[in-house]
Design a protein around this ligand. Structure first.
Ligand code: SF4
Length: 334
């Protein structure tokens, strides 16, 4: 029976925060029981925008993988690897670059958006323009069937599907056309109500200490209209209540909802309650992370073993690709 392959990766941005966890990692942990999964640290992708200062990539890679494993990714079930250690991504990227019309890349909405938004970086580079191609190579080099995406990210996959179709049309059907695997991703607001993001400085780390969690939650924005303790609140517009939706039992959510609206509970009290719940929920993840920090070689060994497995699959794909493109040169010694 042919196995169904799922592929996903994230740039190494260091310690995982709750936005990353509820947006992606929690789904990865679930998917590994249903599919053959390949999860990778996209260190080359980090260079597309941060090439000027790559000094954090190694440390961030360690932190990301350690947190993924602490959160439940299991190297016995999933292949966990580092993109730059599987050179076939680069070869396939090059081959795809030969067949991809330039306007396809220029019209990718994030290309112009990011160039305009990240004004402190010079993103007028070939690598930045070509990142959707590298992304396509990342996926199809494993002949992946599915890529987990949130509802709003399906468009990102479209160019990869187009490039795959074009390649298959020109050279024969080497690659499955990757499909979006819609997963339930919970949006997590940051402490200030904006999207949780390191660039906004509004995150809670998945492995934060109990004291850090208490301090951070105490600064969290709540219902902006609830000025005094005796004012009734509205959980529907309260940033903190979003966290109850993620962490608290339905019964507790209902109680807080009622008590907030009648002003039976104050925000300070609710923050303490939420902090205790979050601390307890994250304790096992934090404990596993501490174990990995005590012996960092465990993390590097997981990546090294994953790299070997990833290379095997990717090397097979490149054999097929070269043959399809008449670059097999079978008479030449290997
Ligand atoms: S009591 Fe809780 S839910 Fe109500 S406004 Fe305050 S923090 Fe939000």
């Amino acid at each position: 029976m042919q196995e169904t392959i799922v592929l996903s990766g994230l740039r190494p941005t260091g310690r995982v925060h709750l936005g990353n966890y509820f947006g992606a990692i929690r789904n990865w942990v679930r998917l590994q029981d249903q599919y053959r999964c390949f999860f990778f640290v996209a260190d080359w992708h980090a260079l597309t925008s941060d090439y000027a200062d790559p000094s954090n990539i190694e440390r961030s890679t360690f932190d990301a993988v350690a947190d993924w494993v602490a959160a439940g990714l299991d190297p016995a079930k999933s292949v966990i690897f580092l993109q730059s250690q599987v050179k076939e991504h680069a070869e396939l990227h090059l081959l795809l670059s030969m067949v991809t019309p330039l306007p396809w890349l220029e019209r990718v909405p994030t290309f112009k958006d990011q160039q305009q938004q990240l004004t402190d970086k010079d993103l007028n580079t070939y690598g930045f323009l070509g990142y959707p191609l590298l992304q396509t190579a990342d996926i199809i080099v494993y002949r992946a069937n599915f890529v987990p995406v949130g509802e709003d990210q399906a468009a990102h996959l479209e160019i990869s599907r187009e490039i795959t179709r074009r390649f298959n049309f020109m050279y024969g059907p080497v690659f499955p056309e990757p499909q979006a695997l819609f997963t339930e991703a919970s949006k997590v607001p940051g402490l200030d109500g904006r999207k949780m993001s390191k660039s906004y400085g509004n995150t809670i780390s998945l492995t934060a200490s109990a004291d850090e969690i208490r301090t951070l939650i105490s600064t969290m924005f709540t219902d902006p209209n609830r000025v005094r303790r005796k004012d009734p609140g509205n959980p529907d517009i309260c940033n903190l209540y979003q966290f109850h939706r993620l962490f608290s039992s339905p019964e507790l959510q209902a109680r807080i909802d009622t008590d907030c609206r009648s002003a039976a509970i104050g925000c300070v009290e609710d923050k303490k309650l939420l902090a205790d719940i979050v601390i307890e929920a994250l304790a096992p993840i934090r404990k596993r992370r501490e174990e990995l920090d005590r012996d960092p070689s465990l993390v590097w060994d997981i990546l090294a073993a994953g790299n070997v497995k990833a290379r095997e699959r990717a090397a097979e794909t490149l054999e097929l690709t070269r043959a399809a493109m008449k670059l097999a040169f079978r008479e030449l010694p290997r």
